[in-house]
Design a protein around this ligand. Structure first.
Ligand SMILES: Cc1cc2nc3c(=O)[nH]c(=O)nc-3n(C[C@H](O)[C@H](O)[C@H](O)COP(=O)(O)O)c2cc1C
Length: 192
């Protein structure tokens, strides 16, 4: 019997902080991915990327670290973004990574994506809407539902001091996002 192809999900975090709650969401998603058939989530570190400067593009080539990142994006079937909110928008490191992978050829194009976020009052929700807007031009296809935001500062604690998600209800909601991303990716790949 032919083995079913695995959906490759690239997990990308907009925070570079060691104990980042948003990175914690992605670690949790990776942990729970074992209970969803047919997916593999890989954490893609965006911290080594230089600040975008098109002078770094020489003879149509990108710096090796950028090229390696672009290859990871190209080889993924879909994306799970953890997008913290900085001043009502996405973070500079995430925008930088998105911009590098949008350079020709745009390696985001036509692929599905989902967003989760942890933050203050709105749980990072405003950054999610800005990311969706950016995705219009990139030809990303975001799942509409379920939405996932979590207030990281409201007691009881949802994260431990290392940024690990410790809230059982949130883990269930996170799992529903990953399941929805998988289902939507399969639908797009199968053209129905
Ligand atoms: C420059 C900066 C701007 C921020 N602006 C917002 C904001 O507009 N809304 C919000 O809810 N939190 C804001 N925060 C708080 C972060 O979203 C919060 O610290 C979050 O935990 C960061 O994500 P991380 O834990 O993954 O690093 C801001 C933090 C920084 C450093």
């Amino acid at each position: 019997m032919a083995t079913k192809p695995i959906i490759k999900i690239a997990a990308i975090c907009g925070s570079l902080r060691k104990a980042s709650y948003n990175a914690g969401l992605l670690r949790s998603a990776i942990e729970l991915s074992g209970s969803i058939d047919g997916i593999a989530i890989e954490y893609i570190d965006i911290s080594p990327l230089p600040m975008l400067n098109t002078d770094l593009e020489v003879n149509g080539k990108y710096p090796p670290v950028v090229e390696a990142f672009r290859q990871k994006i190209l080889q993924s079937d879909c994306f799970l973004f953890a997008s913290p909110e900085y001043n009502y928008s996405i973070t500079a490191p995430l925008k930088n990574a998105i911009d590098w992978a949008s350079r020709p050829p745009n390696v985001w194009a036509t692929k599905p994506a989902a967003i989760v976020s942890a933050g203050g009052g709105f749980g990072g929700g405003r950054s999610q809407y800005h990311l969706r807007q950016i995705g219009v031009f990139l030809d990303l296809h975001f799942i509409n539902k379920p939405e996932f935001v979590i207030n990281a500062f409201q007691p009881p604690a949802k994260f431990d001091s290392d940024g690990n998600l410790i809230d059982a209800e949130a883990k269930e909601r996170l799992k529903a996002v990953v399941q929805s991303l998988k289902d939507f990716t399969l639908r797009l790949q199968q053209g129905n």
